[in-house]
Design a protein around this ligand. Sequence first.
Ligand code: SF4
Length: 197
Amino acid sequence: MGDMDGLDVTACTNCPALVESRSRIVNGTGPADADVLFVGEGPGEQEDRDGEPFVGRSGTILDDTLREKGLARADVRITNCVRCRPPENRDPTGEELENCRGYLEAEIELIDPDVVVALGKVPSEHLLERDVAVTSEAGTIERATLGGADRDVLICVHPAATLYDRSQEETLDAALEKAAAMAGDGGAGGQSQLGDF
Ligand code: SF4
């Protein structure tokens, strides 16, 4: 295990191939009391360069869709299953996912969100520990033990899926609508509505 400072992993060499391919460890961003926690697969090229999850085109799609639902990027927390960029954007291996799991669990426990949104197949399968057909299951909420408690996990398509298949826009839209509705249900925190800006 590497070093963690609050929500941030400051040093870690658990995955040799990823240590080789990363330029930095990409930690989650967003408030520590966020009601919604998005979990992506891992950093891509741009995330690795900027040090932030979901920048670039998928980030823009996510931001735009969130805004339509009355949520701002600044109100939600976004993190990844693995914090280091895999070479040639391959999927993280099962071993790498397991290596990074403790950090994700610690982050979920500290954030204590009302809903954990899995963005795409890899995070959905990792969090729910089963095979997931994301397109048909998007919008489904399932309970899972994460970060020391039973939590609601919302399956969602990856925002980039809408780039290749326009019909996925509706699926993404409906899932994020559900996430926005669940935000704040747990009491603590509270999202800023767009009208407040
Ligand atoms: S992906 Fe996670 S476990 Fe692997 S080296 Fe990076 S921070 Fe460590």
